[in-house]
Design a protein around this ligand. Structure first.
Ligand code: THG
Length: 267
């Protein structure tokens, strides 16, 4: 399982403030803690106005790289911001993301090809996020035609079926899992990613919802997630679910994590 640390995201209030104030310490603290918690990538989302986003993303990337060497997930729909950030990264980043929107495919795919990056592909087209799993699979098929035509191997594509909050559609986790089951069957080599915490947006006691969703999505074929790596109970759930799904030979990861103290509750 690959983990993308979610915490450096400008839609979070304190991060937004740190970006405006150029508070490097706050960002670096989040970077260090998420790296220590075992993130494969750190998501970096400036979440600012498109005019400011290239500068803000570049500042975030250089601020983070000054303290950790975990590769970054550049989270932006803005080709200018991605192009500026990609030039200064120390390690090949994950590009988050492309979609079926022509503007995004045309603007971002050339960068993915030029720099040989892994890339997240969202199940979203020019008319937004389709309601049904069948329509999401169709969008993904179109995006994969484009990535294959550009010479990007399926192994470098992280399909994201888009986890939307249950507070506005109680079927959204079911639709998500149905979509990735179909994608997995048709394209065995692609990865499947989720923005896990989206699922519980607007609900109380979110971590329980995140944990239940993570377990079911893992069973459906999820192998990568943007999540809060500092949520120890979520990490314990991840380890237990992978063990139960037969993805932890000799129970090694589970037992090692127990010994490392992962199973003590969140402070
Ligand atoms: N897919 C892809 N990228 C994405 C998303 C996706 N990037 C943004 C977002 N969705 C994933 N990142 C976050 C980051 C923070 C939160 C939700 C999604 C969030 N955090 C709470 C907070 O900051 O208070 C705490 C979360 C919790 O309680 O666990 O809500 O879907 N490709």
């Amino acid at each position: 399982m690959q983990i993308i640390g979610e915490k450096i995201n400008g839609t979070r209030k304190q991060v937004a403030q740190a970006i405006v104030e150029r508070d490097a310490h706050y960002i670096q603290h989040l970077a260090r803690r998420q790296a220590e918690a075992g993130s494969t990538w750190l998501d970096v989302n400036a979440g600012t106005h498109p005019d400011r986003e290239p500068d803000d993303l570049v500042w975030l990337v250089s601020t983070i790289q000054a303290v950790v060497d975990t590769p970054l997930s550049l989270d932006s729909a803005n080709p200018q911001a991605l192009a500026a950030a990609i030039k200064i990264v120390n390690q090949t980043p994950l590009i988050n993301s492309i979609s079926g929107e022509p503007q995004r495919l045309n603007g971002v795919l050339p960068l993915v090809v030029e720099y040989g990056c892994p890339v997240i592909a969202l199940a979203m087209g020019d008319r937004g996020i389709p309601e049904s799993s069948a329509a999401r699979v169709e969008v993904i098929q179109r995006v994969l035609e484009a990535t294959r035509a550009a010479g990007i191997p399926d192994e470098r594509v992280y399909v994201d079926a888009l986890a939307m909050t249950l507070s506005t559609n109680t079927q959204s986790a079911v639709i998500f899992c149905d979509t990735i089951r179909e994608v997995r069957a048709a394209y065995p080599k692609v990865h499947c990613n989720a923005g896990l915490s989206n699922i519980s947006y607007g609900l109380p006691a979110r971590s329980y919802v995140n944990r239940a969703f993570l377990t079911l999505a893992l069973a459906a074929g999820l192998d990568c997630a943007i999540l809060d790596p500092l949520d120890r109970e979520l990490r314990a759930t991840l380890l237990a679910a992978e063990l139960v799904l037969g993805r932890d030979s000799y129970c090694l990861n589970y037992v090692r994590a127990y010994r490392a103290g992962v199973f003590t509750p969140n402070p």
